[in-house]
Design a protein around this ligand. Structure first.
Ligand SMILES: Nc1nc2c(c(=O)[nH]1)N[C@H]1C(S)=C(S)[C@@H](COP(=O)(O)OP(=O)(O)OC[C@H]3O[C@@H](n4cnc5c(N)ncnc54)[C@H](O)[C@@H]3O)O[C@H]1N2
Ligand code: MOO
Length: 335
């Protein structure tokens, strides 16, 4: 390091400016910045500095071949992020990259690894296909020491530029969701004949709404294959973007839904999804329109195979068999 760092006792530092943010942690109640970089120390600050364990502060003379942690974090974030993403001010040496929209993260894993292989810098991200909400972070950058060589940050910039060149997009981005209008068919004699109240409709509506889509119409059918087929055809005729059928997805004689979806003309991508909960989910297509058979757990569990497949569909993916095959590894979430 060619940057000059001089240690000064806090008692002798009145009027001097802090070279970096200073953090306080009080377990259970606070973790954050107590003093900001550039703050000029006053007499009154001394007890607080001693309370967070700072008997000395640094006075910094930055070498021109090196970068302060804040500036390194900003440059790396700018190099890696799609221009639509939001970059926070550096905070304790970290820049967060946030999504301006609800969507699906797309993270170039090879870039994340190449950057982290350089050492002395950190790039942490969510995984590809994670759903990000408006304002939620998808990545953060940070330099580990207080100063790093410019060359290191330039290497990050070169890695990011090479990816952009090859793929025509940034290594970190968010794919937006389309607003889908779904047709919902709820099967089950116990609901159809009024023995119990429907709980599936509200659960599916809530889920779609959280992704910016909607249930345009809900229909009901008893456990009768022909009626279910007729209702699927009706929903198709309404031009909905997606058809969701609930109930009757497992092994009982009254579980007619998988057979009816096939009989309605769907190309079945998979009946059965290697994820728990959500193993009895069916996905197929009638032409371009996705159709899913949703098992009972979707009504009950907050996160199932439906929560993996629905966002991918809304981001414009057509689900293929390999997507389903890949869900088993890491797919044991509940019972
Ligand atoms: N022997 C086996 N048992 C089960 C299997 C299996 O493979 N072998 N699979 C299990 C899995 S996984 C699931 S998930 C459940 C649910 O399967 P279904 O989707 O077929 O659900 P149903 O049998 O239609 O109903 C189960 C339960 O949920 C109530 N229900 C259904 N629809 C509604 C609605 N719209 N509103 C309110 N309540 C509803 C229904 O009355 C039943 O109580 O099967 C496991 N078992
Ligand atoms: O489809 Mo079942 O939910 O695995 O619980």
């Amino acid at each position: 390091m060619k940057t000059k760092l001089k240690e000064v006792r806090v008692q002798d530092a009145i009027g001097l400016r802090l070279a970096h943010d200073l953090t306080q942690i009080i377990p259970g109640s606070f973790k954050g910045r107590l003093f900001k970089r550039g703050h000029a120390i006053t007499e009154a600050d001394i007890p607080s500095l001693l309370d967070i364990g700072k008997e000395h502060i640094y006075i910094m003379e930055l070498d021109e071949a090196e970068l302060h942690e804040d500036d390194a974090a900003i440059r790396m974030a700018k190099a890696l992020a799609d221009p639509s993403l939001l970059l926070t001010e550096p905070h304790e040496g970290k820049v967060s990259i946030k999504s301006p929209i609800v969507g699906l993260a797309h993270i170039a894993e090879e870039v994340v690894e190449a950057v982290n292989r350089l050492g002395e810098i950190a790039l942490a991200t969510v995984k590809t296909d994670a759903v990000v909400k408006e304002g939620s972070p998808l990545a953060a950058t940070r330099a580990i020491p207080l100063v790093v060589s410019k060359e290191k940050v330039e290497q990050v910039e070169r890695i990011a530029a090479a990816y952009r060149e090859q793929h025509g997009k940034a290594p970190l981005q968010v794919r937006p969701f389309r607003k889908a209008r779904a047709g919902l068919l709820t099967t089950g004699g116990e609901v159809y004949y009024g023995r119990i109240q429907d709980k599936f409709g509200p659960a599916v509506e809530e889920k779609l709404r959280s992704f910016g889509s909607e249930v345009a119409e809900q229909r009901f059918a008893p456990d009768d294959r022909q009626i279910i087929v007729k209702e699927i055809h009706y929903l198709m005729s309404q031009g909905y973007d997606m058809i969701l059928v609930t109930g009757g997805m497992s092994v009982d004689p009254d579980d007619r839904t998988p057979g009816a979806i096939g009989a309605a003309g769907a190309d079945i991508v998979s009946y059965g999804t290697p994820m728990l909960p959500g193993s009895m989910l069916l996905i197929g297509y009638i032409g371009e329109v996705p159709i899913m058979g949703l098992p009972g757990c979707v009504m009950h569990d907050p996160y199932t195979s439906f929560d993996v497949l629905l966002p991918k569909i809304l981001a414009g993916d057509r689900i293929v068999r390999e997507d389903i095959v890949g869900m088993g590894y890491g797919g044991l979430l509940g019972r």
